[in-house]
Design a protein around this ligand. Structure first.
Ligand code: RP5
Length: 163
């Protein structure tokens, strides 16, 4: 396996089922990725060490997924100058709105590109990471172009005038 260019970190094992679509989309584009469960709240020192090591291995984009108070993506953005994408996890008493507000409301200078709550956001995090990597990878840009054409064709076929 080549070194991962995308590192996906989530705050708890309970987040993993919602992230399947993220991993599937990364695989579909042939992007090498690695995934870890590291809690910003429960394991802050481990998170710092992981980010340093991942940068050294050649990771280019971080994806952070967390629910509830959801500080993980923001802490990632505080630790690296690489792009960070945040996925607000659904669940909890507020259904993910708490995580969305936490992740999207980063102060100026510490950006986290925030996607939708839950599994839809997980897929889009992977699509966004792919587009970032494609800026310096023409072959990946071509694969994204093909995906977009196929997506458009599927939408076309979905039109049923009798519906
Ligand atoms: C967050 O708290 C995690 O990202 C997870 O979404 C949520 C609940 O974590 P667990 O109590 O299931 O470990 O830190």
């Amino acid at each position: 396996m080549p070194n991962a260019t995308v590192a996906v970190i989530c705050g708890s094992r309970s987040d993993l089922p919602s992230l399947k679509g993220c991993f599937d989309v990364l695989d579909s584009f042939g992007i090498a990725w690695e995934a870890s469960v590291i809690s910003a709240h429960r394991q802050p020192d481990a998170l710092h060490a992981y980010v340093r090591a991942a940068e050294g291995r050649g990771v280019q984009v971080f994806i952070g997924a967390a629910g509830l108070a959801a500080h993980l993506p923001g802490v990632l953005a505080s630790l690296t100058a690489l792009p960070v994408i945040g996925i607000p996890m659904d669940g909890g008493a507020l259904g993910g709105a708490d995580a969305l507000y936490s992740i999207v409301q980063m102060p100026p200078g510490v950006p986290v590109a925030t996607v939708a709550i839950g599994s839809a956001g997980a897929k889009n995090a992977a699509h966004l990471a792919a587009r970032i990597l494609a800026l310096s990878d023409p072959a990946l840009a071509e694969r994204i172009g093909r995906f977009r054409e196929e997506q458009a064709a599927r939408a076309e076929l979905g039109i049923d005038p009798r519906a």
